[in-house]
Design a protein around this ligand. Sequence first.
Ligand SMILES: [Zn+2]
Length: 233
Amino acid sequence: MITEPLYLRDSYLKNIDTRVVKAEGNLVILEKTIFYATSGGQPNDIGLIHGDEKFQVLDVFKESGEIWHKLNMDFHGKTEVKLELDWERRYKHMKLHTSIHIISAIAMNEFNARITGNQIYDDYARIDFNFQEWNAELSKKIEDRANQEISKGQEVQILYMNRDEIFSNPKMVKVDPSLIPEDPVLRVIKIGDIDIQPDGGTHVKNTSEIGKLSIYKIENKGKNNKRMYFKVQ
Ligand SMILES: [Zn+2]
């Protein structure tokens, strides 16, 4: 049983009806889910599963090709359930994730630096780059350029493209190619005319939803590893 991850096609679903298809203690597999499973630097969603009781979803993770939901107690009772997403937390993750793509596109296209890692937290995100030089002036330049792109109100689209097509365009492969799944058709996130790349995360529909971002801390982690932390409004 492979769960249908509805968030890949629609990141704005907050409530759905579905069914528990497997339960092992406090771990369940659902027919469909709106809860994001931890991957690619984006944390799992949390929320509620309403059945015979109100079960809290504490963690969502992928294992052996399945999406598992970890609850606060053993699952029991009727298998027809309603899901309720903690939308406030998820929406923040979406704004931060789209921002990471905008910053990485600017760093790559205008400053010739590649992203070597990133992580989204509840209220902020961090990005690692392979910049040689790293200073407050450069980070301010990137922040200004990112906010300029955000304020244009660019549409964010979810596309499905052939792997060959993606790999024939060097601008689309922004991470280590070994990190890109093997599938022949890949989900791609296109942000206006600034960024396009394969991605499994949840994103806002329009950059205007981000508001404004601010880079509030930079760190030098070695010759080829510079780190920045940013928040969104
Ligand atoms: Zn991403």
